[in-house]
Design a protein around this ligand. Structure first.
Ligand code: BGC
Length: 885
């Protein structure tokens, strides 16, 4: 009886405690949560000496603003909770709750810190101290004691080496931290377990300049006595095939591993287990792995127990070689890690007319297939990947170009085995399976989506199912192409950080997911790979070699994304860090411009604009490339002025404002008639000229009319390519033609956003007609079914349909404008956005000419609600409005 009563009493006590905690929470009108450091929750690798702290304020009272905060940082939870032995104690009046810079004593390499915050509000409430959050400083360059290791001799095998080190821990472990990086990709294990759920580490950066390391808390994985570290390496972006022309070894021809495990015992003593000459290696079951081509895994080559203790056979393994460090700087990982996400069960296994066995997962996704199989040793199974089937229903891979995109598994014995690749990913909806022993069933395959672990921040839905599918496709375009760097496509022999695509999509991306860390990391590479003359290469990281020209709308990524991120997240430091690069880019254009006209060199132009096959009537929507270049010259200069204003660089503001006036004057002189007709009468020409304010005030409205006439002339179809598309509906809405914007959005025939939806797309296509109305395909040279650029309409959908907008002079949604503009026969729409201050909601229904709007505005922000018949200024809280429309 007794133990039972004891358990019961314990349960009651726990329940009572929970109850008490809940009551306290209820009684509290004000609390603080979601603590972040440098955009991340409890990060273990902070590079900057002055990390920044953010929190969210939760209040049960409307119109709540923070009036002051207190922050404290210490080296243990206990010290922070007690407010003793702090390294920083700050207390400030004001409503800043996002990205507050550390201002205490110098933070130490490798050290862990705890922090908490408490706030007061404008109603006189004080919150409790928040639960402590933590952050850990990265490792200073001088604190690396590990040596780079590699295979002995030349690293010429396609196989993945396995590195191993057994060691013994004599005392009780208090904490253990692993610092790991590699040239190539690594998969690290401790005592047979993966050290983390991160994939494609150390991530892709401009490796010749900087290489990221990851930090893992491995305390729980270690035990007293014998332990073992086992790491395998793949080629990845470093040494594998990347870029064009069968290019290998772009960053180097030797894979290498650097690992430092720092153990602290409970008695305060320390020990490090480092990569050095004492490690051994051999080759394992990964026979070849390559991002474009896939992986070959021979289970017969598995070495049982290799990454566990007590494995004696390593006596026969080879001693590792060591390698020089190289010129690269080691930097802490700053973006989110790549992780596994959604899993898709196979929908059906079927035979195609060509007799092939194909599996459909119902979603075009990026990642791989987990395959169960049982068969005699040596049985070889191949999985080939494809995005689409031909109109006859056959498996189609021609659009992957030279990417083999194939995983091969060779069975070891007649027991069930489960396979997944390690160092490759593919973009696919279908797989073709060859060599499967026995009958292939749907339960034998699961597709796993793999992408950067960005928090989902946006939700968007309407009464229109096709529009909802478009939103789904945009989100999946983002998932599939945000695999550590923003890529053009994830499936063919390309998968590169194309700058034009990224700048077109960045705003939409920032609605759907938290991309602050993701783009901060990538912008560092934009800056790194910028050429000394200011030119920005076409792809970042640049694996295509030096350019002798830069393309308008691509290279402008260097001004556009820093500004977009500033507006979305209120991150001033992004502007500080990128300012010089922004300035150099504008400087580059000025250096090649003549009489303030940027009218030379190579440009991609309005990539993939509408061009019918039979063009006798001159219907192709070709926009003069230099006209486009001039508008982006102006846009980049404007963004530079904006950044200079934020950073208080008054001289630059004056200088670039004068330059901008000249750029616009040169545009008007060269590309516009006195009545406002542009030399290219295309949608893109009018859109860019209007969106970037290139035209004299009085000619803007008439120009917008010309744009409308053009849209009508094409039967309410868009004709824009990568550069015009992101701004098309914005311009129409801005100039009072919201109905035309909706006509374009709701258009179901080619070219339009909903045409691919009608054709069954589950992601955004590279081309408006990737699959033509007759079911045939566009040219396989360039026909990806997962290219996010045209998904840039998502930005307009959040801003105009749902009406959620950030205001540039109060960035990060500190001040919000909620201005839904219904149209397109949509009867309801609802969106949510998790901003750095908290959740913004906007949901409306339209009934009998009455707009009913529900909004939620997070604490510490305010909002302007723009309704069809009135405008209201409100503070935080939830509200209901009704307005005649
Ligand atoms: C990519 C694009 C890219 C373009 C340059 C293509 O191969 O897939 O998305 O922007 O080249 O124009």
């Amino acid at each position: 009886m007794r133990p039972c009563i004891k358990t019961l009493l314990q349960k009651c006590a726990v329940f009572g405690l929970l109850f008490a905690v809940n009551l306290t929470a209820l009684a509290q009108k004000l609390s603080v949560n979601d603590l972040k450091v440098e955009h991340l929750k409890n990060p273990l690798a902070i590079e900057t000496p002055k990390p920044r702290f953010s929190w969210k304020i939760i209040s049960t009272v409307k119109n709540t603003l923070q009036s002051s905060y207190e922050i404290r940082v210490g080296t243990s939870k206990a010290s922070v909770n007690a407010g003793k032995d702090l390294v920083w104690k700050g207390s400030t009046t004001g409503d800043q709750s996002v990205l507050i810079e550390y201002a205490g004593s110098e933070l130490q390499s490798k050290k862990r810190y705890y922090w908490q915050v408490r706030v007061k509000d404008n109603h006189g409430n004080t919150s409790a101290w928040s639960e402590p959050g933590l952050f850990q400083m990265g490792i200073a360059p001088t604190d690396w004691t590990a040596k780079w290791i590699t295979v002995a001799g030349k690293d010429s095998s396609a196989r993945s080496p396995l590195f191993r080190k057994e060691f013994s821990l004599q005392k009780k472990v208090k904490s253990a931290i692993a610092y790991i990086t590699a040239k190539g990709l690594y998969e690290a294990n401790i005592n047979g377990q993966r050290v983390s759920d991160t994939y494609f580490a150390p991530g892709w950066t401009s490796y010749k300049d900087h290489l990221q390391y990851q930090v893992y808390d491995i305390t729980a994985a270690l035990k007293s006595g014998a332990n073992v570290l086992g790491v395998s390496l793949g080629n990845g972006w470093y040494k594998g095939r990347i870029g064009f022309g069968n290019q290998h070894n772009f960053y180097g021809d030797t894979r290498g591993l650097l690992m430092q495990v720092e153990v602290e015992y409970t008695d305060g003593t320390k020990e490090s287990i480092n990569t050095d000459e004492s490690w051994k290696y051999t080759y394992g079951p990964i026979m070849a792995s390559d991002i474009y081509d896939g992986e070959i895994y021979d289970a017969r080559m598995e070495i049982a127990g290799w990454n566990n203790t007590g494995f004696k056979e390593d006596a026969a393994w080879t001693a590792v070689g060591t390698m020089e460090k190289g010129t690269e700087k080691l930097v802490a990982m700053s973006g989110p890690p790549v992780r596994k996400h959604e899993q898709f069960k196979a929908l059906k296994v079927f035979k195609t007319p060509a007799g092939e066995t194909v599996v459909d997962f119902g979603q075009n996704l990026v990642g791989w297939v987990m395959l169960k199989a049982k068969g005699t040793a040596g049985t070889k199974i191949t999985l080939s990947h494809a995005e689409v089937l031909t109109k006859e229903g056959n498996f189609y891979t021609v659009n992957l170009r030279s990417a083999k995109a194939q995983d091969t598994y060779i069975l070891k014995e007649n027991t069930e085995q489960v396979f997944e690749p390690h160092f490759t990913f593919q973009g696919f909806r279908y797989v073709k399976v060859e060599g499967y022993p026995g009958e292939l069933k749907t339960e034998d395959l699961t597709a796993v989506a793999v992408y950067s672990d960005m928090e989902t921040t946006g939700k968007f839905s309407t009464s229109n199912a096709m529009l909802n599918q478009l939103q789904h496709n945009i989100q999946w375009g983002q998932k599939g192409n945000f695999v550590d760097v923003p890529t053009d496509c994830p499936q063919r022999d390309e998968r590169l950080g194309w700058t034009g695509d990224a700048q077109a999509f960045a705003n939409t991306a920032a609605y759907n997911m938290d991309v602050a860390g993701f783009f901060t990391k990538w912008l560092k590479d934009v800056k790194t790979d910028q050429q000394p003359n200011g030119l920005i290469p076409h792809v970042i990281p640049n694996v295509l070699g030096p350019n002798d020209g830069a393309s308008a709308g691509w290279a402008d990524v260097s001004t556009i994304i820093p500004w977009d991120m500033y507006v979305a997240y209120g991150d001033r430091r992004i502007l500080e860090t990128q300012y010089e690069s922004m300035q150099k880019w504008v400087g580059y254009i000025s250096s090649v411009a003549k009489n303030n006209l940027w009218n030379s060199g190579f440009h991609f132009g309005d990539w993939l604009f509408y061009r019918p096959n039979d063009d006798n009537d001159g219907r192709a929507a070709v926009t003069d490339k230099y006209l486009i270049a001039q508008t982006f010259y102006a846009h980049s200069t404007q963004l530079l002025i904006n950044a200079a204003k934020v950073l208080g660089k008054q001289d630059d503001v004056a200088k670039y404002t004068a330059l901008l006036a000249e750029i616009k004057a040169a545009f008007v002189k060269e590309y516009m008639t006195p009545t406002g007709r542009l030399v290219s009468g295309t949608q893109t020409a009018y859109v860019l000229a209007l969106h970037f304010d290139m035209l004299p005030e009085e000619l803007r409205a008439p120009c917008a009319e010309r744009l409308v006439a053009n849209v009508r002339d094409y039967g309410n179809h868009l004709t824009t390519g990568f550069l015009g598309t992101p701004y098309l509906c914005h311009v129409l809405t801005r100039f009072g033609h919201n109905n035309v914007a909706y006509d374009l959005l709701m258009q179901e025939s080619y070219p339009s956003w909903l045409y691919p939806v009608k054709m069954g797309a589950t992601t955004i296509w590279e081309r408006w007609d990737g699959i033509k109305p007759d079911g045939s395909f566009q040219t396989p040279d360039m026909n990806s079914y997962n290219h996010y650029a045209y998904g840039a309409i998502g930005d307009w959908m959040y801003r105009t349909i749902a009406g959620i907008n950030s205001v540039a002079d109060q960035p990060g949604y500190k001040s919000i404008v909620i201005a839904p503009k219904p149209g397109g026969k949509i009867t309801n729409a609802s969106a949510e956005l998790e901003t750095v201050y908290g959740t913004v909601k906007s949901a409306w229904t339209l009934e009998n000419g009455l707009l009913k709007l529900d909004v939620t505005v997070p604490a510490n922000t305010k909002a302007k609600i723009v309704l069809p018949d009135t405008t209201k200024e409100i503070g935080s809280g939830s509200y209901h409005f009704e307005s005649k429309i």
